[in-house]
Ligand binder design. Sequence first.
Ligand code: PMP
Length: 288
Amino acid sequence: MTRVVYVNGRYLPYADANVHVEDRGFQFADSVYEVIEIAAGGTVDATRHLDRLQRSLSELSIQEPMSRSALCNVLAQVIRRNRVTDGLVYMQVSRGTAPRDFPFTGKSLTPTLVCLARSLSVSARDARASRGIRVVTMPDIRWARCDIKTVMLLPAILAKEKALSAGADEAWLIDGQGFVTEGASSNAWIVNADDNLQTRDLSNALLPGVTRATTVDMAAATGRRIVFEPFSIEQAMAAREAFTTSASGTIMPVVAIDGKPIGSGRPGPVATSLRRTFHNFAERRSAC
Ligand code: PMP
């Protein structure tokens, strides 16, 4: 039997069930989901699952794709068309499809809705239950691996949105000890009181930025010292200059933090000079 998947208003054969490459669920993990058990042909705890779905959508300001009764109808169709008596129904709602850009406010996005259902063997699950399962323990790192450039960008998107709504352009993220880790989509730097560059040392707390690495090379080549130490928000506010590094912005002077002017309140000479010479130090090729 061909499996049938609901995708944005259509019931499609499994092989044709696609969403766009620029869907924000795919690019940013900007989406939510629910899984509901199907037992003896009916849903289990559907009200609680749909309440949670509604809450998740509301917390992220993602529009509801349709009314609850319409969604129940889609779920019933997917369950029926796949002839699922015992199994699961899965639904995912993403914020929608748009050219890749972190912010979402002010964009007219139509949420993507996908629903799938599949059968699960009751006897296999019962056999597993009669054997019992084993667990192993590990640190809860969900998600403490900011050094990996994953598409799990939902926290970064929310940070960027908050920055934009506060009239800023980027968010600097602070760890539990009050030190800046990095920007939502850039690495964070200051020019400290000793006129040295300062940026946090690499760890799981930040992305090892390519532009950061090239900036480190550039500083070494021009004899400018870099201190690889975390700096607090107070140190940043008292710094001579601050700037960010990223492939999309290269070296971007920071003129204010939380509304307080940094240095003269205008792009500083160090950041400006690094920005001017950056492309001379970066690897340049006609193509990869
Ligand atoms: N930190 C984060 C969280 C980023 O998303 C990015 C890039 N988008 C950077 C730092 C800068 O990395 P790169 O210089 O390689 O662009």
